[in-house]
Design a protein around this ligand. Sequence first.
Ligand SMILES: CC(C)(COP(=O)(O)OP(=O)(O)OC[C@H]1O[C@@H](n2cnc3c(N)ncnc32)[C@H](O)[C@@H]1OP(=O)(O)O)[C@@H](O)C(=O)NCCC(=O)NCCS
Length: 178
Amino acid sequence: MRNPFLIGTKIYLRPLEREDAALFVPWINDAEVNRTLNRYRPMTLEAEEEFIQSLVKSEHDLALGIVARQTDRLIGATGLHRIDFRNHHAAFGIVIGDKNEWNKGYGTEATGLLVGYAFGTLNLNRVWLHVYENNPRAIHVYEKVGFKREGVLRQDRYQEGRYWDAITMGILREEWKP
Ligand SMILES: CC(C)(COP(=O)(O)OP(=O)(O)OC[C@H]1O[C@@H](n2cnc3c(N)ncnc32)[C@H](O)[C@@H]1OP(=O)(O)O)[C@@H](O)C(=O)NCCC(=O)NCCS
């Protein structure tokens, strides 16, 4: 393991480095990956490097790389964003950019690790997210970890020639089962 920050059984989370940007660029530009993300513009190496640097510097973001323990290879990233230390909440995000690594339990474990850190260390009370209705895999992962559906933003996203709803999901500290 290289520079682990939060350690799970199949994956660990580590700080992101500027050099990681080169791996993320093709992932973010992959239509199968970005179709469920709030992105549509092409990503460049320079913009991705700046994005990583801005996350590292921000007190309101905590972004970590997801590394598969078996191969010690970076496969994606997860983060808490818009961290609000007055109201004790943050938005959760995750992307496993390497599609070959989907459906191996990595996303579920990464989500659980970061949510546990949000409640146990950052003293947050609520973690929330928006997920598009065309992302049943992510919805299943979030429900497995304990997120509840809270509401629907109707026709929030235009993609593939039609509008899709965004579902607001959230988990409270009192609901969290480590
Ligand atoms: C969403 C994402 C993070 C999930 O990570 P992952 O490592 O593939 O997820 P896991 O392997 O931990 O779990 C996937 C679960 O979804 C289930 N699943 C897979 N496809 C599914 C589908 N079409 N409908 C419902 N469930 C599905 C799997 O069976 C598994 O559940 P199980 O463990 O109960 O059998 C990952 O696929 C990803 O990064 N996608 C692209 C970016 C993205 O959508 N990010 C989230 C934005 S809100």
